[in-house]
Design a protein around this ligand. Structure first.
Ligand SMILES: Nc1ncnc2c1ncn2[C@@H]1O[C@H](COP(=O)(O)OP(=O)(O)OP(=O)(O)O)[C@@H](O)[C@H]1O
Ligand SMILES: [Mg+2]
Length: 424
């Protein structure tokens, strides 16, 4: 049907290497397959950090019954037929290798109902061999279950990390894909406990805020077919940079270092969309790294995003320390509201609530923090305001006062420009 064996000359060119070395590697491959099958909902379950049991269930298009026995054969795939197809690749998979690799080192059950069929089928495998295929009543979609990873390779099994470490790896991984694909809902259950439950959303920013439990600013730039969106956390955190190229979480040392220098101790999530021929996912057997043509152009886009527009002043430290975007005071309204331009938004900050929050985070109780704080109507010197703004961006919680009132009202510059019909 759809799944075919790749011709010899294509196999020869596909980056070879160990695909499955840990439970997280299995989870990664299975999630990618579910996404390739256009799933809108993916549920992952693991026991003992995935060493004992992994299940990934989706509501995608399913596997055609005729294809079911083929999906675990080496180099069998429905995603490419010729090497040139890699130039227009829009799926995560292309090697036809993942299910084969997992089947070799586990006991596996694949249950699937193709969307045009009125029933599903369950295929049970041991060491890569089919034990049985039987009919099964189920909803459209696919579930892959992996039992006792490396049970037949005790040395490999012993090399696996502790359960907690494997579980943490899986959690990070599921979060990565959830960031890359906010329109898909993800659930992760480990040892019977729900670790993640992310409903689908159209907004990448909402998804990030849900995952990191902190607010993000968004910047966007598009040029020469490259589209870059960067989300930077408002509050200071342990610096963390995430890079996604065409929704694939990837590592790219030089870009990551560059971004880290730019944003300092913040979380930066970069979503880069490029035409498929610009990115080569076939340089690493696990596709963890990609080769980007035009890497220079991409850095240029970053530089431009962070150099900012005229309204936004990054401070450049001569000793090669990080550039850091600093909030810029635009004005003070009625000795009460600080108007601040920061990270592509205009913030209207209540000076009393901000002062209260700062006192509170310095260890004062909420009533004392409030009584001791600057009031609405107090005249503040520019130096005083500058000091407060500096503290604002370092706050654990820069969003609400100790009583829970919002400290500021935010208006994205983009909206202002849109409202007056000016394109920047
Ligand atoms: N969840 C799924 N839903 C529908 N079809 C699936 C699913 N998982 C696998 N398949 C089918 O099985 C085939 C083999 O999957 P496998 O992951 O082994 O290879 P691949 O995704 O084609 O390439 P790669 O090895 O790069 O992941 C896929 O090409 C696809 O046709
Ligand atoms: Mg795959």
């Amino acid at each position: 049907m759809f799944v075919k064996e790749l011709p010899e000359e294509v196999r020869f060119k596909i980056s070879a290497g160990e695909v499955i070395e840990s439970p997280a590697d299995c989870v990664k491959e299975l999630i990618e397959n579910s996404l390739d099958a256009k799933a809108k909902r993916i549920e992952i379950e693991v026991i003992k950090g995935g060493k004992h049991y992994i299940s990934v269930k989706d509501d995608g298009v399913g596997i055609h019954p005729e294809d079911l026995p083929k999906v675990i054969l080496p180099f069998h795939t429905s995603k490419i037929e010729r090497f040139e197809d890699l130039l227009s690749l829009n799926t995560y998979g292309f090697r036809g290798e993942a299910l084969h690799a997992i089947a070799q080192v586990s006991r596996m059950v694949i249950s699937s109902r193709f969307y045009q069929e009125d029933r599903g089928y369950e295929m049970r495998l041991e060491e890569g061999k089919v034990v049985h295929i039987r009919e099964k009543g189920m909803a459209v979609g696919t579930r892959v279950e992996v039992f006792d990873l490396f049970y037949n390779l005790p040395v490999r099994r012993n090399l696996l990390k502790k359960e907690d470490t494997e579980r943490a790896k899986i959690l990070r991984l599921v979060r990565d894909y959830a960031m890359a694909r906010p329109e898909v809902s993800f659930k992760l259950i480990a040892e019977g406990r729900e670790l993640l439950n992310l409903p689908s959303t159209q907004s990448a920013r909402d998804r990030l805020e849900e995952i990191y439990k902190t607010k993000f600013e968004e910047r966007e730039i598009e040029r020469d077919g490259l589209h870059l969106r960067v989300f930077v956390s408002l509050s200071q955190k342990k610096g963390e940079v995430k890079l996604f190229v065409n929704s694939r979480p990837v590592q790219n040392k030089s870009l990551t270092e560059y971004i880290k220098r730019t944003v300092g101790r913040r979380i930066a999530v970069c979503l880069l969309e490029v035409p498929p021929f610009v990115v080569d996912a076939n340089i690493h057997p696990k596709k963890l790294e990609v080769k980007l043509q035009k890497e220079g152009n991409i850095k240029e886009l970053f530089r431009e995003l962070f150099k900012g527009h005229k309204t936004h002043i990054p401070s450049l430290n001569q000793e090669g320390h990080p550039y850091k975007a600093e909030p810029e005071l635009v004005g003070i309204l009625e000795d009460t509201i600080l108007i601040v331009n920061w990270m592509e938004s205009l913030y209207f900050i209540d000076q009393h609530l901000l002062a209260e929050r700062i006192n509170y985070e310095k260890g004062q109780t909420s009533d004392k923090a409030c009584r001791g704080a600057i009031k609405a109507g107090d005249k503040l010197s520019p130096a005083q305001v500058r000091a407060m703004l500096k503290e604002w961006v370092e706050l654990q919680n820069p969003h609400t006062c100790p009583h829970g009132r919002p400290i500021y009202y935010r208006l994205p510059l983009k909206e202002i420009y849109q409202q007056i019909g000016r394109v920047r």
